[in-house]
Design a protein around this ligand. Sequence first.
Ligand code: HEC
Length: 151
Amino acid sequence: MECYLNNRFKVSALLICLFFVLGCKDNEEQAQVDEKETLVMYQPSEMAKLMNAFYDYNQSLKASIVKGESLKPMPKDFLKIHTAQMTDANGRNATFRGFAPAFLKAQQNVLDSLSQTNLKSRYNNTINLCIACHKTECVGPIPRIKKLLIQ
Ligand code: HEC
């Protein structure tokens, strides 16, 4: 009886060890897979880099508008919105193609000193177009983009 119990204990202990060893191995492999996927994901597309340039430029416009300083001209490479390679190759769909020119026009209008519309509205209109385009495809950055609005 004693022997039987002892063996049973050993078998259980062995099974438990095996379970942990296999479990750990699985986790390790999964971690390596996750790491590889993360590395791939962190390679920003040409469009993603352009979007970050949109963000930085508008952040500087906001600061200048609030302080009443003169505004930096729009960087020419913003026109690349029509051609830049995207993370999702099918991303340049009808919605995107509709919003892209409207956005560029609004962005250029911010600098139009002859406009009848006040500066703050022209600027916020641009940011609202960023948000409108993002609502259909790429909702992730919306909370960050909203911070660009001038209250
Ligand atoms: C015509 C549609 C459209 C407009 C307008 C637009 N975006 Fe985007 N935005 C996208 C799409 C699509 C992506 C995903 C790009 C990719 O991953 O290739 C994106 C990605 C982003 C990202 C994430 C970039 C990253 O690092 O992954 C930010 C931030 C961003 N946009 C901010 C803005 C801001 C700020 C504006 C306005 C000044 C703006 N977007 C205007 C469609 C748009």
